[in-house]
Design a protein. Structure first.
Length: 262
């Protein structure tokens, strides 16, 4: 398998969120268009995330959020069946994410705090690996769990080193991949962190989760199994802006120069 290129579909504020201004038809049109841009550029997959819903619920989101995201994930799945589709229900509703993925045929769920405990702007978030893995088993679906370690916008209270959290996420939490990010959305990931986790040889993909651009993607792909990229692909480099097709194209071309990208 070549290195994975995963793009972000950052959803505008959904119904019920404080900043909601768009109709569901408008939100769906944007999500479908952005997934199409990523697919056309040769990306392997995308993550659909309720980025616009801040301030985020700490763990359980409202039913309207689950319903809205299921509609949007299903639409992207119909349009782009080749993409490896992921779901991230912010801030940390893994149960809802797995349910949406199961109903809509998504391949994986990103879980910001899978094991341990993390201090965040939503308060202290505790990992619920036992609940998440049993819920996946009960649904009987092959949905992968991609777990953040030392997640952005947070500080681990349970794991002093990122390596220890990665080890617990995989060996005790059952994660199918680990994601390493910078301090905040769009901030560059520390290459030393990526190398430290990769050196543990935990038997799962190591994914860079923030701060990748066309200028540093070669460096990160030399150490990681793939990248999740959002901000640097946006118009003006603004995380909340729509995707810029030219930036997406240039990023994919830069990645192809150093890696086999399916």
């Amino acid at each position: 398998m070549g290195k994975l290129l995963i793009g972000m579909v950052h959803l505008p504020a959904l119904p019920g969120a404080p900043g909601a201004t768009l109709s569901m038809d408008e939100i769906e049109a944007r999500a479908r268009a952005e997934a199409g841009i990523l697919a056309a550029a040769g990306f392997d997959g995308c993550v659909v995330e309720n980025y616009g819903d801040s301030p985020f619920c700490k763990d359980r989101v409202e039913p309207v959020t689950v319903a809205a995201m299921a509609r949007l994930v299903a639409a992207v799945r119909r349009d782009e069946p080749r993409l490896r589709l992921g779901v991230n229900v912010l801030r940390n509703d893994a149960r809802a994410g797995v349910a949406i993925a199961a109903a809509c045929g998504a391949a994986f769920v990103r879980v910001n705090v899978h094991v341990g405990a993390t201090a965040t702007d939503q308060g202290i978030i505790e990992g619920r690996a036992a609940e998440t893995m049993r819920w996946r088993r009960a649904l009987g679906v092959p949905v992968e769990i991609w777990a953040d370690v030392h997640v952005k916008h947070g500080r681990s209270l349970a794991h002093e080193t990122i390596g220890r959290e990665a080890e617990d996420a995989v060996r005790r939490g059952g994660a199918d991949a680990v994601i390493i990010s910078g301090a905040s959305t769009g901030w560059a990931t520390e290459l030393d962190d990526v190398r430290a986790v990769a050196a543990q040889k935990l038997g799962v993909p190591v994914i860079v989760g923030s701060g990748t651009s066309e200028h540093n993607v070669a460096l990160f792909l030399s150490a990681a199994d793939g990248v999740i990229v959002g901000t640097s692909l946006k118009q003006g480099g603004d995380t909340a802006a729509p995707l810029d097709p030219e930036r997406v194209r240039r990023f994919a071309e830069a990645a192809r120069k150093v890696s086999q990208v399916v």
